[in-house]
Design a protein around this ligand. Structure first.
Ligand code: ARG
Length: 400
């Protein structure tokens, strides 16, 4: 019996060929693991394909709830967007898949895990660093990085071994998808000057004809309800994705810096995540005390960078999680998301029982209870240093 390996299996061409290749070239017994992180698709069919390709075992793990609770929520609380734009779709799913690969390796007595990533991307970094953080004793095999096959050769390889893959009229795009959004790369998109053709989009096809509102209820930074109705988190995310996406809102076109030193042109569809991130950040504006809000805002880009760079399971990321979790104690309330045709989604209003907005302090109307007389002394002392500096220079006849 050869060494056992657990392969992160998607059902696509590369991972299907990898099943066979690991057996043929490495003499390994392959356990294919498909993780359902909300990408959609027929998992019975995916299982069947893995077995036909030669896997000794094919497991499907439904991770949607865990993914939403333990991976998406911390990122949402941290308002995490890489380079200020990308809500970390693929960056969030790799660590949870790695966690399940490791668990399966233990269960099935495997000595290694494998993934189908190329050497040019971030996902290899996330799979491997996460795996090493969780199980430093396991070996890691990256067939696609090793075999050096072109796409044509992979198709031939699959045909030679009767591996069932459906790449007759191959899409030129490379897609990754989960609850938090959809990523699209390759083909014409590799020219950053070219506008993405409409055909690349799936979650943001504009079909809505009239305006609508969604009231998102948050408890301690976690979205829990839509229009007062509580929903399991992954269903709530799916619902917001569907509604907001139908307005054609939530697209990102960016040139980003990969961890491996390459600039790449990326197209993202993130109607649900961008809308929830916008609502969450807005509720924080209402509920976070100023110093906490400002300090948190300084840490957020760092948090996003760590997650992007594959450091989900790392001491700094965990410490930042603790800070972020503490910051969410009073992020409870409601946000009105308003969607309008064409292509608009805005925060139309927000409210919270524990909000720090005080009408009596803010109003210019009769209800004003602000102590205006306090302002004079405050402002005088606030500017005292500047005044002293200015006077000194006037005395010396200097101009500013
Ligand atoms: N550039 C994005 C990231 O690094 C998207 C990666 C998409 N992954 C994929 N295997 N298609 O997070």
């Amino acid at each position: 019996m050869g060494k056992r390996v657990v392969l992160a299996y998607s059902g696509g061409l590369d991972t299907s060929v990898a099943v066979k290749w690991l057996g043929e070239e490495k003499g390994m017994e392959v356990i294919a693991l498909a993780a359902d992180v909300g990408q959609g698709g027929d998992f019975d069919e995916i299982r069947r394909r893995a077995l036909v390709a030669g896997a000794v075992e094919a497991v499907v793990v439904d991770c949607k709830e865990e993914y939403a609770r333990d991976f998406v929520v911390p990122a949402l609380k941290a308002n995490a967007k890489y380079e200020g734009k990308y809500p970390l779709v693929s960056s969030l799913s790799r660590p949870i898949i790695a966690k399940h690969l490791v668990a399966a390796a233990r269960e099935h007595g495997a000595e290694a895990i494998a993934h189908g990533c190329t050497g040019k991307g971030n996902d290899q970094v996330r799979f491997e660093v996460s795996t090493r953080a969780l199980a430093p004793d396991l070996d890691i095999v990256a067939p696609v990085r090793e075999w050096g096959l072109t796409r044509e050769q992979s198709i031939e390889y699959a045909a030679r071994f009767d591996i069932p893959v459906t790449v007759t009229k191959a899409s030129p795009y490379s897609i990754d998808q989960n609850l938090w959004g959809r990523t699209i790369e390759c083909g014409i998109l590799e020219d950053p000057w070219e506008q993405p053709p409409e055909e690349v989009y799936e979650l943001t096809t504009p079909t809505a004809t009239e305006a609508t509102e969604l009231t998102i209820g948050f408890v301690q930074g976690v979205p829990v309800s839509i229009d007062g109705k509580e929903l399991p988190l992954h269903e709530l995310i799916e619902r917001v994705t569907t509604v907001v996406g139908s307005y054609g809102w939530g697209r990102i076109d960016m040139v980003e810096n990969r961890r491996v030193g390459i600039k790449s042109r990326e197209i993202y569809e993130c109607p649900g995540s961008l809308a929830l991130l916008m609502a969450h950040a807005d509720l924080e504006d209402l509920t976070l005390e100023r110093d906490l809000a400002h300090e948190k805002a300084r840490l957020e880009p760092r948090y996003a960078e760590l997650v992007y760079d594959g450091l989900w399971f790392s001491p700094l990321k965990q410490a930042l999680d603790a800070f972020v979790a503490e910051s969410q104690r009073f992020v409870t309330g409601e946000v009105r998301l308003r969607c309008e045709v064409p292509g608009r989604c805005i925060v139309a209003g927000r409210r919270s029982e524990v909000g720090l907005y005080d009408y009596g302090l803010a109003t210019y109307e009769a209800a004003d209870k602000f102590r205006h007389q306090d302002a004079e002394g405050f402002v005088r002392l606030w500017g005292l240093g500047i005044e002293t500096w200015a006077n000194r220079q006037v005395r010396k006849g200097e101009t500013r």
